[in-house]
Write a protein that binds this ligand. Structure first.
Ligand code: ADP
Length: 499
């Protein structure tokens, strides 16, 4: 046993003591101050206010960002309305598609710079920004560029019409990718946009504004205004907005729903999650454990669809727990710019405080906490990957969204038991099932109340595939054909036979 432990220790040490492989900060140009992108130009905010954006891994200030007030929002919405009426809705769909395609190409060309900025601004590992966020953002633009001139074929028998001006509000966990998810389908369907990124992570959206400017998109078609929740609220409450697309917390989603009740504004809301990842005893356990690690620990658990609740069939529980703990020890936590890093910085001090609050709550509730022994940097916001066992189904750590690298583990015996436990949450965004049996996958996927269910994999995304939730995880779908419909009026039937 002693020998086995020594071997294991050596393995962990060698994984963690890899020579640093940092990406260069010089690959990115970040201005010391950013204004609002309105009507095709960068303009000083009428509010005259700016706030700092920091690098959560070093706590250093990266830039100053304009803080848009209600007058700035009004200016942006007016620009979007004029662009909609005079240019965008009249433009042949094929031409619209070309602009979207051009934006996609330019994201690809600037991929390295965008990845570096995403990591500096948000704290996620460069591997993640480089291999996932930026390519997925480009892919969304490519995908929706293709749909622009094929809308009648997407909705046979209908005469699809754009809605007008879309107000879009996005969170800090996938800043560029969320901007792409929102902007690409709006443009493809002929709508114009006012987008507000999250206050902690505005930089890649502003870089996207530069790309949009360089792509010569007609002024006002996309406006990007930065600011806090108050800016978001002003956008939601603006009378001339036709559609709200929001991704963020369930609490703010409820505020938005109340604010637009009784208006003509359409909405899609992608909110919180508390996904169940389920391992059956016939699953390939090593792959399943890797999938669980990918589902909650990579990207610091800053994913609304993170597999934060693990359910393991009782007969393989001990085995799975051992494998998980061993794998946890090999995870590298630290400098997000290092290409070896698995877990980067928590996005903000407030978020780290929230996670730490839940670590205390979990222990007070009687759960057993296990943390990796990895050293974490003294500066910046970091959290060790954490597992809770002996967790009650009703406990707060298994019911509430923590949004950090924290996994609860429970056991189950039968399919029905795990379906009931997995569904026993206010959320319903995603779930994962690990088993060798197709019949089990079909049984669970039809009974789990979750918008996305991954089988023998986790956190896989594709622009052709719809994404969205049940229950308090929101409504409406983004991605795929489904992602076009919320930006269209589909009430009118087609007056002639296109075929
Ligand atoms: P998170 O908890 O992930 O930070 P939030 O829901 O607080 O999520 O924030 C997501 C986005 O919503 C951010 O861009 C934020 O500025 C914006 N926001 C916050 N409060 C409001 C509000 N009352 N109305 C509209 N947008 C808001």
């Amino acid at each position: 046993m002693a020998t086995k432990n020594n071997t294991l220790k050596l393995k962990f040490d060698s994984a963690r003591n890899l020579a640093p492989a940092p990406e260069s900060k010089n690959a990115a140009t970040i201005a010391s101050r950013y204004d609002l992108f309105v009507n095709g130009k960068f303009e000083k905010p009428l509010s005259r206010k700016y706030f700092g954006s920091i690098n959560p891994a070093t706590e250093e200030k990266l830039s100053e960002i304009a803080d848009a007030n209600a007058a700035d929002v009004d200016k942006a919405v007016k620009a979007a309305r004029v662009a909609y009426d005079r240019t965008w809705k009249k433009m042949p769909a094929k031409e619209r598609g070309k602009y979207i395609f051009r934006i996609a190409r330019m994201i690809q060309e600037k991929a390295r710079e965008l990845s570096v900025i995403e990591t500096l601004d948000g704290g996620k590992p460069i591997r993640e920004s480089r291999d996932f966020d930026v390519p997925t953002a480009a892919n969304h633009f490519f995908y929706y560029a293709g749909w622009a001139d094929k809308l009648p074929f997407a909705f046979p028998g209908k005469d699809p019409e754009p809605l007008g001006v879309a107000g879009q509000i996005i969170p800090w966990n996938f800043p560029l990718m969320m901007a792409a998810w929102k902007i690409a389908p709006s443009l493809a369907t002929g709508n114009t946009v006012v987008l507000k990124p999250a206050e902690n992570t505005s930089l890649t959206a502003l870089k996207l504004a530069e790309i949009i400017q360089e792509a010569d998109l007609p002024p006002g078609v996309v406006n990007i205004i930065t600011g806090t929740g108050a800016t978001g609220a002003a956008l939601v409450n603006h009378a001339d907005i036709n559609k709200i697309a929001f991704t963020g917390s369930t609490d703010v989603g409820k505020i938005i729903q109340r604010a637009i009740a009784g208006t003509n504004k359409k909405a899609t809301l992608e909110l919180g999650g508390k996904a169940a990842n389920i391992i059956f005893d016939d699953a390939p356990l090593d792959q399943a454990v890797e999938g669980v690690i990918n589902g909650i620990f990579f990207n610091q658990g800053h994913v609304c669809c993170a597999g934060s609740r693990l359910y393991v069939q009782e007969s393989v529980y001990k085995q799975v727990l051992r494998k998980l703990k061993d794998r946890l020890e090999t995870l590298i936590v630290g400098d997000p710019m290092d290409k070896n890093t698995d877990i980067g910085a928590i996005n903000s001090k407030e978020q780290l405080n929230t996670i730490n609050k839940y670590l205390k709550i979990g222990q007070q509730e009687g759960a057993e906490m296990y943390q990796s022994s990895v050293d974490i940097p003294g500066k910046g916001f970091f959290c060790r990957p954490t597992i809770f066992t002996n967790v009650a189904q009703s406990s707060r750590i298994s019911q509430e969204e923590i949004f950090g690298p924290v996994l609860t583990i429970q056991t189950f015996r039968t399919d029905d038991e795990v379906i009931e436990k997995a569904n026993n949450t206010p959320y319903g965004l995603s779930a994962g099932v690990w088993t060798d049996k197709g019949s089990k996958i079909f049984n669970l996927t039809t009974k789990l109340r979750a918008g996305v269910v991954w089988a023998n994999t986790y956190n896989q995304f594709d622009p052709t595939s719809p994404f969205g939730g049940y229950k308090e995880s929101g409504y409406g779908r983004e991605g795929g054909l489904h992602g076009l419909a919320p930006y269209l009026n589909l009430d009118k039937d087609c007056s002639f036979n296109r075929w």
